[in-house]
Design a protein around this ligand. Structure first.
Ligand SMILES: Nc1ncnc2c1ncn2[C@@H]1O[C@H](COP(=O)(O)OP(=O)(O)O)[C@@H](O)[C@H]1O
Ligand SMILES: [Mg+2]
Length: 258
């Protein structure tokens, strides 16, 4: 959906009305930059109040908008970031706050981390499954929506729901960007009396040659922020990635309800 841009004297106001796909965000970037040039605006205000997720792609695009507008001699102000969204963004992007497990097991190209004190986990017997086919940017929005709605059954705080949706967004986008297509499987999982949400992102794409490297902050083969995998790992309680060159990638993540 195209974001309406209002002209108020020397300023432009872009008021986002609903969840945006990647294409919508890029369209907003192009529209805003073009209009700042056309009207010789002093600045642009981007209202993101309705966004319930800001993943690394959204952050990168907003940063690009601010940079391109600055090159045209104007300023950008982002207003209305929801507290939950800000919380998830900080966790996604701040290595200094990284929680590190006491041990990381590495077997071949499989890396997994789990919070201490958790044993093996299983699916809840009545686990509802949702399968979201991922083949385009619109499917990323659908996957995080489904994840949020499944997790909301378990009494997660709205902040945790945003965290889960953000992690789903990152792994779903990786499927689109690097594998072209794949799927996200969402289910409830159980361990003792704890219930959680389990996300499996699966693709049969090219695989990741060096998984350890791909989990480093800032590592990207695609001019991305390189925060998707390490950020999703920080956001979730459990994270496992298995990848085979030529055989595809599977990321399994869990978040336990309070
Ligand atoms: N599903 C996947 N298939 C193949 N390569 C992947 C996949 N997911 C991630 N990668 C590789 O891992 C790197 C790091 O991913 P990520 O942390 O999400 O950062 P970014 O997407 O910004 O590059 C990517 O640049 C890519 O090379
Ligand atoms: Mg990524």
């Amino acid at each position: 959906m195209r974001v309406p841009i209002l002209k108020q004297r020397d300023y432009l106001i872009a008021s986002i009305q609903s969840a945006l796909s990647d294409e919508d965000l890029l369209q907003l970037r192009d529209d805003l930059v073009q209009q700042v040039g056309k009207y010789r605006s002093k600045g642009a205000i981007v209202d993101v109040t309705v966004l319930d997720v800001m993943d690394s792609f959204a952050v990168r695009t907003l940063r690009a908008i601010a940079h391109m507008i600055e090159l045209r001699g104007a300023e950008t102000v982002i207003v209305g970031i929801q507290p939950e969204v800000a919380f998830a963004m900080v966790q996604l992007a701040s290595p200094s706050r990284t929680w590190r497990p006491p041990s990381t097991s590495r077997r071949g190209s499989r890396i997994s981390t789990a919070r201490p004190g958790r044993g093996p986990t299983g699916m809840a017997s009545d686990a509802p499954e949702r399968l979201v086919f991922i083949g385009s940017a619109a499917d990323i929005v659908a996957a995080r929506h489904e994840g949020r709605s499944l997790a909301s059954r378990l009494g997660f705080s709205s902040s945790d729901l945003t965290v889960i949706a953000t992690a789903i967004s990152e792994v779903a986008r990786n499927i689109v960007e690097y594998a072209g297509r794949g799927e996200i499987r969402l289910s409830l999982c159980q361990q003792g009396s704890s219930l959680g949400v389990c996300v499996v992102a699966y693709d049969k794409g090219p695989g990741i040659p060096d998984v350890e490297k791909a989990l480093r902050d800032g590592y990207s083969t695609h001019k991305g922020l390189g925060l998707g995998l390490p950020g999703a790992r920080r956001l979730m309680d459990e994270f496992e990635i298995a990848s085979q060159i030529g055989g595809g990638t599977t990321v399994t993540m869990k978040k336990w309800a309070p």
